[in-house]
Design a protein around this ligand. Sequence first.
Ligand SMILES: Cc1ncc(C[n+]2csc(CCOP(=O)(O)OP(=O)(O)O)c2C)c(N)n1
Ligand code: SF4
Length: 288
Amino acid sequence: MATFKEFRNNVKPNWCPGCGDFSVQAAIQRAAANVGLEPEQLAVISGIGCSGRISGYINAYGLHGIHGRALPIAQGVKLANRDLTVIASGGDGDGFAIGMGHTVHAIRRNINMTYIVMDNQIYGLTKGQTSPRSGEGFKTKSTPEGSIETTLSPLEIALSAGATFVAQSFSSDLKQLTSLIEQGIQHEGFSLINVFSPCVTFNKVNTYDWFKENIINLETVPDYDPSNRVMAMTKLMETNSMITGLIYQNKEKKSYENLVPGFREEPLVSQNLQLSESDFDKLVAEFK
Ligand SMILES: Cc1ncc(C[n+]2csc(CCOP(=O)(O)OP(=O)(O)O)c2C)c(N)n1
Ligand code: SF4
């Protein structure tokens, strides 16, 4: 069985010292080892952004894709080879701005995979513009007078879109984050994990200290029931989405792969898709 060190490669991350994304990388590696995966059983597909670099730093199959398009690629990988564990990842800009359409429909589709968003409430790679997750009044180069747009609540949107697994964590809480990624991987369907992952270089408002002061860990909320969707939505609304832990899980709904008619147990990649000569001739005859 692979250890978490075997999910490391020799590429040195070029994130800024202190960037929250380092811990997300470590948590993915630990979770993959803890659930008993081998590197060749995992595919990490990312978008573009500082966070998108993560696929290059993990010893597994990986693809550093296109901005906002990690999910279409990752869903294709999973449908072609259902034996792979697929993790899609990227930033809040990647998943909740340019890629938001894909995010909502991937949630509804419920393919068995995990989507990890590194939410630093800013565009890091492009040097600090406002993202849909930035707070109102947030000043950046793109909003020098302060953002006037409403902050997006992607986890509320996820619940409305029929999400079967919604969780949130903080990159400083490696134990909780690792456990949630393990649960996400083991969930039979689409799991969304939003991770507060501070950008120490460009976001001087939502810092490690700010998150520590504002986060409410659901473990401290008496009688919280993650199988109760109304409770999950209410808690998100009451706390301005500042809760961490397993927010909602529906274990009843079947994944896309288990519902789509004719979807074979044997992965597409292992099937012989070559036409026999007689079938080929029949096909050609139809066009004559
Ligand atoms: C189609 C397209 N539009 C815009 C860009 C420029 N761009 C690259 S990364 C990025 C946003 C980065 O922010 P986020 O996704 O939150 O990731 P972070 O860098 O903060 O991890 C943008 C706008 C691009 N690469 N491709
Ligand atoms: S710019 Fe921000 S998000 Fe990008 S590597 Fe540096 S700290 Fe991380």
